[in-house]
Design a protein around this ligand. Sequence first.
Ligand code: ZN
Length: 299
Amino acid sequence: MSRFIQIVEVGPRDGLQNEATALPVEEKVALIRRLEAVGARRIEAVSFVNPNRVPQMAGAEEIMAALAPSLDHSRIGLVLNMRGWERCVAAGCDEANVVVCASDGFAVRNQGSTVAQQIDVLAAIVERQAVEGGPPITLTVSVAFGDPFDGEVTEDQVTAIVREAHALGVPEIALGDTIGVADPWTVRRRIEAVRGAAPNARLRMHFHDTRNTGLANAYASVEAGIDVLDASVGGLGGCPFAPAATGNIGTEDLVYMLQRAGFETGYDLDGLIAIGQAISGRLGKAPASSLARAGGFPS
Ligand code: ZN
């Protein structure tokens, strides 16, 4: 049995959120369905942010209503605050991915609250879920390798948040390199530190390819024993509040690298490439992923 690496497709959220063109609900639903048809089992489908602030993410409830519930697919909603959690529960998401920033500079500018306040929000959401029910909660620690406003983010800043989340019983914790400043050696050390801080949590890694280290960071993660990675079809993505942030690592690039090495991902590479090309064309840009340009091998 070869090792299975789970890739969480984040293109419909992290990808589309940063595009100038806001797609209508029907097109977002069609994109999610196409991605699920080529192997996306977990997909960050929607974000419960204020649509006045991020118009690209409007229609989250309509998208979830259009997607028929499926035991084979988990549709994740991004949650930044209690209002987002309430919307996520009401919309019937299968998972809620709560974001806590690692550093105050980005925290205040991106979410309008400090790191400490965001940890309080996470704790309040976990508490409400325990009493009232709701989907499983995962945590993404954003700007876990560097903050566009504050600069370096230390290991201690990250492990402090992770320790709190672990104490709350959050079962999956992701480190997000929101602005693409991580290197593979730091990634390895940070994974080891986070494992020490949250020994019972599953770790997931989320890389942006802003400085061309995305796949190297994914490689370092897999070598360090990580088996869940985020990626975005076509290499779409970024963050509207992070200056010069570019896309996530392309799902097709990650799938190619892993499958070529003998890992299983459950994705159909050719199908992914076609989706990456189509969505990039629809958004009026060349695909950011290498596989969308070069194709797989052997063909
Ligand atoms: Zn991201």
